[in-house]
Design a protein around this ligand. Structure first.
Ligand code: FCB
Length: 478
């Protein structure tokens, strides 16, 4: 338990609200609605997207090529040879997409900037057309009453940067870009996220090789790439603070791997929390603690990253908020090994959504928020992504994605549990506003609550959009 009130106190509040409404007669139904998994007033509901996944227009207005342009145009790297060349064409249709958001009733929107639209070569002279484009997008959101949360790097790395993330200089180039954009946008953007999902753009790109740039490097080099990623985040936090208007809130969007206790008993709960801290030692743990913990350094030995003076202080720069992308759980149980825990592998019968990696385990939503709160006591937490791929058959013009609704309802219920216990979760961004380029899966996996016909670019709300609209309107799980 953290925060000012306990679950018991909240229960008292609920009791009072229910009693009042019951006396009011016709208010009873509304009160029941409020008492059922409701969120506090002011909870921020939003949707999330990312530049390369939706924008298209890859050669327009001076945009430089990125690692994902090169990767997706390399035969065999993305399913079906799909690329982000056109994607949702949101570069041209952003005003239409703002209206989708407005119709849902969201108060916030998480979007990312394409670094190579601002600095086509990754560094050097800024491209005013790129800057102006994002000012227009942001202004359009604000005019419609939607608060933008801007991510500076969602994996589309300017291809001109020599060595990419293998080169420490890239971390400095990122910080320069971050500081520059903070200066340009912080009069209208109050919340900035540095990077999206450290583990994905480092490990998936450089160890597993299924994301750009498609490398399978040895352990020492992978650890160095990871270090450059966290360093880029830390240097960017410093640069943003140096260039942004006072009061700008800075955080990260991380896909921390969360270990869910197999049962809610003290020994398993403690084991799971320990696992989460240790298994994320190279990412969020380093950022929140400003050091690489001994368990990680011992485990990696000679392969541990080479760290320069000042790096860890930068990496550990205090954050205004921590945002988490929460999807699949890992299961863990306490055991008598020296570590004190054993992870439990997923098996064929583990339920999953259309993406095989997307194991369904709603409890991870609750435990993720709770573990981060207990381990590091961040001031503010957001869910920067949560959502699901589904098959989405189109029938008579309708897309009744009841399975996605099931997924969302169960996860959001677990986030509600975390909020009701006092953990400082202040907002939720659903991934995604609309179907888009799903990285190595191309357009084969749909995550949107709006269906996109990629031939015509027509957007159609799915059942899940209608459902999310109700959740937002009632500020409660429906
Ligand atoms: C996350 C990514 C996001 C999207 C979802 C499904 O890992 O941040 O861009 O692909 O998964």
């Amino acid at each position: 338990m953290v925060g000012k009130f306990s679950r018991r106190d909240l229960g008292k509040g609920f009791g009072a609200a229910f009693a009042t409404a019951a006396i009011g007669g016709s208010g009873t139904a509304a009160a029941l609605q409020r008492t059922h998994l409701s969120f506090p007033k002011g909870f921020k509901w939003g949707c999330a997207t990312a530049a390369y996944q939706i924008e298209g227009a890859v050669k327009e207005d001076g945009r430089g090529a990125t690692n994902w342009d090169l990767f997706s145009h390399t035969p065999g790297k993305v399913l079906g040879g799909d690329t982000g060349d056109v994607a949702d064409d949101s570069y041209h249709r952003y005003a239409e997409d703002t209206q989708l958001l407005k119709n849902l009733g969201v108060s916030t929107y998480r979007m990312s900037l394409a670094w190579s639209r601002i600095f086509p070569e990754g560094r050097g002279k800024p491209n005013p057309k790129g800057v102006d484009h994002y000012k227009r997008v942001v202004d359009n959101l604000l005019e419609n009453g939607i608060e933008p949360y801007v991510t500076l790097f969602h994996w589309d790395l300017p291809a001109a940067l020599p060595g990419g993330w293998q080169n420490r200089d890239t971390a400095h180039a990122f910080a320069d870009y971050a500081g520059y954009m903070a200066g340009q946008l912080s009069d209208r953007v109050k919340n900035i996220m540095t990077v999206n999902e450290l583990r994905c753009f480092t490990d998936l790109g450089h160890q597993v090789g299924i994301h750009a740039p498609g490398l399978k490097l040895p352990a020492a080099e992978v650890n160095q790439v990871r270090h450059h990623g966290t360093l880029a985040h830390g240097l960017a936090v410093q640069a943003i603070r140096a260039h942004a208007k006072r009061g700008t809130q800075v955080g990260i969007a991380d896909n921390t791997t969360f270990y869910v206790p197999v049962m809610d008993t003290p020994e398993h709960v403690a084991a799971a929390k320990k696992a989460t801290r240790e298994m994320n030692a190279m990412f969020l743990t380093a950022i929140m603690e400003g050091r690489y913990i001994d368990e990680y350094l011992t485990q990696e030995g000679a392969n541990a990253p080479k760290v320069q003076a000042g790096d860890m202080a930068a990496i550990g720069s205090p954050l205004d908020f921590v945002a988490l992308n929460i999807y699949a759980p890992e299961w863990v149980r306490a055991d008598s090994s020296p570590k004190g825990y054993a992870t439990i592998p997923h098996i064929a019968s583990s339920p999953h959504m259309a993406s095989p990696w997307l194991i369904v385990g709603p409890e991870v939503a609750y435990w993720g928020i709770r573990q981060v709160s207990e381990l590091w006591a961040p001031k503010v937490l957001y869910v920067s992504e949560n959502g699901a791929s589904a098959d989405d058959p189109v029938q008579n013009g309708r897309i009744d994605d009841a399975d996605r609704v099931m997924y969302l309802r169960n996860y959001i219920s677990q986030f509600q549990r975390a909020v009701s216990e006092g953990y400082p979760l202040k907002g939720y961004f659903l991934w995604s506003l609309m179907d888009n380029f799903e990285w190595a899966d191309g357009y084969s996996k749909r995550f949107g609550i709006h269906y996109v016909d990629f031939q015509t670019q027509k957007r159609t709300p799915k059942l899940s959009a209608a459902w999310y609209k109700e959740v937002i309107a009632r500020n409660a799980v429906v």
